[in-house]
Structure formats: C-alpha cells, structure tokens
Ligand binder design. Sequence first.
Ligand code: MTE
Ligand code: LUZ
Ligand code: MOS
Length: 757
Amino acid sequence: MKNIDTVGHVTGKSVYLDDIPTIAGTLHAAVVGSEFAHAKIINININEAAKIEGVVKIILHSDIPGENQIGGIIEDEMLLAEHEVHYQGQPIAVVVAESERIARRAAHMVKVTYEELAPVTNPREAKEKSLLLIPPRTFSMGNIDEAWRKCKHIVNGTVEIGGQEHLYIETQGAYAYPMEGGYIRVHSSTQGPTAVQKTISKVLGVPMHLIEVDVVRLGGGFGGKEDQASGFAAMAALATHITGKPVKLVLPRHDDMRITGKRHPYSADFKIGLSDDLKILAYEATLYQNGGAAADLSPAILERTLFHSTGSYFIPNTRVTAYSCKTNLPPNTAFRGFGGPQGMFVIESAIAKAAEHIGVDAIDIQKANLLKENDEFQYGQRAENVNAHKCIELASNKFNLVNLKKSIENYNKNNKYSKSGLAIMPLCFGISFTNTAMNQARALVHIYQDGSVSVSTGAIEMGQGVNTKLAQITALMLGISIQRVKVHSTNTTRVANTSPTAASTGADLNGHAVRIATSALKKRLISVAAQELGCSEDELNIENETITLNGKITHLSWQNLIKKAHLKRIALTENGHYATPIIYFDKTKEKGHPFAYHVYGTGIITVTVDCLRGTYCIDDVYIVHDFGNSINSIIDLGQVEGAVVQGIGWVTMEELAFDKKGKLLSNSLSTYKVPDIFFAPKTIECIALPTEGPNLAILRSKAIGEPPFMYGIAAFFAIQNAIKSFNPKHRFKFDSPLTPEKVLMQLYSKDETDITK
Ligand code: MTE
Ligand code: LUZ
Ligand code: MOS
C-alpha cells in the first residue's frame, strides 16, 4: 500500500506548520542570537529596534513569568541568555512584530555588548579542563587486562568523526494562539509534543493542562526536533502569553543552521587485539563526545554510543569509556542513529586498521566475529534470533561478492588514475528507547455512528510513513477498509504524556497501542454480533467489512453492526495503552536487557575515486536487510534508501566547519553540501532477508527508521580502500567526513607510520 500522504505531498496540498491559515492579528517573532560562542553579556540595548514601526514587543529573559529553563534531561539550558552566552547563535531576545520582515529587521537592530571569553570547541580539550556534561560511563565485559596477553595482533588508533546538519526541509517553528482563560494552543514542528507542552508550562509557570500542542506532520525531523523544537515553541507561546496575540515563529534556514544543534562529533582512541585466526579477543576504546554548550539529549546519546560500541560483533573482553564533553558549540542533539553510528564507526575503524596491519581483507575479520545466537552483548543482553550471518551470506551470494571484488581488482589493474573500492558494513541496531520508562504509548480510537474510525496516538508523522502504518494496523485489526480510517493530528489533549517519536519505535509503540485499543473494540462488537446472530462469539469474525460466521459471510455488515452497537449503548471508544514488556536496564551495573529486539543487515558499497582530482562517486549500494515481516514494504524500502544516502553523506561530503572561535562557517547550503541526485548512488538494491520477525515488533514488522543509516559507513571504508590501491604507502586515516580535499591529500601522502606503536 502506498503512503497515504503521497498525493498531498506531490500536489502541495499537505499542510505543514507554515501552511496553517493564520488568524487575523497574528504577530511574527524573530530570534536574536549571540554573535560569539563564549562571552559575557555587558548590555542589551533594545531602544533602536523598539522604535521600528510594527515592532510590538522585544522579549528578554526578565520577561519570563515562569522558569528560564528548557533543559530536558539536565536543567542546564536557559531559554534566553542572562549574563553569559555559551554558543554562537544562543537566543538572547525574541522580537515580536506585525510582520516577519519587520521582526527580522528589528532583530538585527538589537545591540548587545559582549566581553569575549575564550571558547572551547574541541572535546578532548574540554575533558582536560574537566568540562563534562555528566560523569564518564564505562561499559565492559570479560577481563581486558588479561586478554591482551593472548592476542597475536594488537593495533592502536585514533578516530575523528564529524557532526551532521539535519537539514529537514521544514525549519524549526511554532504557531501559538490564545484561547480563553489562559489556555494556549500551539502548533509545533516537533517530534515530541509532550516535551513542548512541558517546556512551555515550565517557562510560563502554568499547569500542563493549559497548554495544548498539536502536530499534523513535519517536513522532516531526523532527531533534530526530538528536543530542540521545545525552545522555539516556548518562545512563540511566551510571546502569545505576553502580548495576548497569536504569534508565529519560523526560523529562516540560515538561523536554523546557525542556532540549532547537530549530530555529535566524536573523537576516539582505540586498541584492538586479535588471535591468529582473526578472532577479536580484546577491544578498548575511549570516546569523547562533543556535546556542545548544554546537555540536551547528549547523556542518552552517549549511552547509545556505548550500547553500539562493539557493532555487530561478539567481543569477549571489552572496556569502552565515554566522556560527554561540554564545549562552546550549539547543544548537539539526536540525529538518526542517536550516537550508534559513531560507536560503530570506531569499531569499524579498529577492524580496518587491524586488517591493514595483518594484511587481510577487513571482511574476513568482520565475518569471523559476527554475533551468533546467545552471544552476550557488553551490556548483558543475550543476542536472540541473530541474523547477522544470514544477512552477510545472502548478500555475498545474491550480489556475488567474489565477482564484485574481482571486477574491482581488474578495474584497478587496468586504470592508473581511477580506482575502485569496496567495503561491507554489517548492522546490528537495538530497538527500544534505552531509557526504559520512555517505552510506552497510547492510542485513542473512536468508531463513529457511520462506521468511520478515528485514530489518535502519540506518533508524529515526519515523512517516515507512520500514519499509513497506523491506518493499516487499524483496518487490519478491525477487518475494515482503510478508507474508513482517519489518523488524526498528534494532540496532547487527545493523547497525553507521549514519548517523542524517536528511536525508530514510532510504529511499534503506537501500533501496539492501536492494536490493544482496536482488539478491545472488536471484542465488544463481536459480542453484539453474537447476540444479533444468536451464535457464540468464537465462531464470529469481522472480515472485509462484514461479520463472518465460521468464515462464511453473514447478512450483518460493519456499518449495521456499529448502528446496532450504538443503539445498545455500547462504548465505541477505546484507549489502548502499551508498555514494552521484558526490557530493563541497571545503570549502576551497566547491565540489563535494554532492547526489545535487534535489527540486522549487511550493506555493500562500491565507489570509484578520481585519483587526479580526489573526487569520487558512489557506484552501487547492495543491501540485505532484516525487515521482519514488513507491514509496508514500499515505505520500508523508502526508509532504507533515504537512510543509506543520509549515512553516506555523513561520512563523505557533509562537513561542518567551525572556526577557532566556535563560529559556524558552513552555515548555508552553498557551503554545507548534502548528497543530491547527482551524488546519489547509481544503484541501490535492497533485498529482504526472509524471516518471521520478532513478537515484540508490531505485527512482526521490524522498526526501520534509523538502522539503515549505518550502511552508509561502508562508503568511507570503500573510499579508503580505493585510495590504497592508488597509493600503497597510504595508511588508513579515520578522519570523517572524507571530503574530496582529504581524499586528494591521502592519494599523494607518503605516510608509512608504524601502526603498532
Ligand atoms: N524519515 C523521514 N522521511 N523523515 C524523518 O524525519 N526521521 C528518522 C526516521 N525516518 C525521519 C525518517 C528518525 S531519526 C527516526 S527515529 C524515525 O524515522 C522515527 O519514526 P519511526 O519511529 O516511526 O520510525
Ligand atoms: N531518544 C531517546 C532516542 O531518548 N532514547 C533513545 O534511546 C533513542 N534512540 C534513538 C533515537 N532517539
Ligand atoms: Mo530519531 S534520532 O530517534 O529522532
């Protein structure tokens, strides 16, 4: 079934935040952001700006009636700066005016006097200065100190991993308007409507029940709106609270890129030890997360980095320590994979370096160490229904890996200034919020008298197709046509205390809640039908909009049954509540069973490097992915394609450049390059691993949103391999993103460092 939004999207009829018709008298807000990454605020002069015709109000921290605090996990982030600023772009004031243009013009006229302070932008420097957002955490298993002695090969290395701009097509924004009695309704482009509601309630000092947050859909979130939508919504609501008028705040692209946090850059050191037969016996790593100026979601992201720090491999002896470092960059935040990709990048780097040292293909080490059934993860959970081997075997066969490698070898023999390379990325990604309490959801389902069905959940539609999946689940559970089902906006008054739509759990958590609500409704309806037809309930079912008796059609239609049930005063509304069973995690021991299940897969990427220019193209992407029993293979395939291209962009061309003072240089689309249709791989072939799918996945259809992002990592190593076939003196460099500039340098470097030192 195709996505229910398809026609709306391509005809431009889908409604996004900025398409909502504005109420007469709506004011517009613009943000005044800090010029410096670290400074004292000496004075804020609003006089000039306030004089501009059409300016209604310039809001400063002193105007906040509640708390000037928007920190989600840790209370360390102000909505509007008071005496100091900690990153360039940090909001200091909000200008409210009669038009967007006036608001933006006036924002430039607010004069802030600063006393510059020295910024820290490097996470290692921050760690040296004890600038940590939380105490460090260590995951470990076995006995690492003893294990080194058993290793035949030991290799060390350093890794630099860049951040990533979300570049959702719709920028951050919110539209707030006053209702009666201090009640404020807010439309927000957020993945977390409850977080928005909570933040506004705190900033305004009003109870949560006076704040209604409504979300129809997002023009992309990718994690960037899991937490960071809250501040901008709070600004709009604050402006409404102060002026009594509807207020809209939509960030211009330039402001969005400058002010908002991104994927976390990481710096890391690793040491890996292997036996003669390529078994990884020991792995030790220290990871420095560049958290930015406030905690935001960094502690949770750090945790997921640790969870995924051994990738798809079983390693009996490990010790991985991670530091969440406080720097003067915008607070970095959730981004597809949520720290997992960074953890995996480091272990893949270690494997590549070990392969280089030993003189084998990295694929041999990858294969020799893939997780097997019942293997223990570093965090205590045991691997169940492991498909790691099955995926790599199917990929090797279907895509003829031997031939692929041979044809690359031939190509490289026959071409002097053009070289190809190939790499494999095995995937294992844990599904569930690592914070166990967040794994819950609710669904409110109404059946109206005409037989149409209305579904509300906590799930946010952001292009990933969750609304289509929820409609499918509803129709399937009730035995009715999907045309009868409407999935409504996500609204905090209809569904409360929602977790953000994140961690790829949107369809699982909300889908299970819909399943629970609809099966209760169905049970009730079957009981009405049993009375009507004078038979027992277990002989009855609802299929294709009719009641069936032992599989045979009866005269009772869905529509009639609903009419009868209503006349009998049967409740046609149900609220389903779901909480993932089994999962738990003990942070004092760093052990538990945090994930409902894991998603597996294998990605193969081939590239060709132009050895005169340093440019490259991504030739082919071959994937075997473990979808479970997909409820919507069109949507799921779209998620794979989008995610893998986003992943390739992260490790190749997407380079965030900050100057030494913490100022973002790549602050527009002319300086920050993302994959376009010309850069996209020539082919992306993805086949499904035939599996049953786990029970805890909704209808056994595995979570899809984030996992395929990680296949993109293979592009980095494929390019490294191509460089090496041109320049045998090249030693693998783990410095991501691997931009053409870096490729060119590496093609001609004469580096023969001893990698065992
Ligand atoms: N796909 C589209 N088109 N747009 C998005 O913003 N976000 C990704 C992924 N796929 C995103 C997307 C991220 S980061 C997550 S966590 C999941 O979708 C969230 O949705 P789900 O839980 O329903 O998969
Ligand atoms: N958000 C979160 C996430 O709060 N916890 C998680 O474990 C997570 N994982 C992926 C993406 N977002
Ligand atoms: Mo996705 S990073 O969990 O929003």
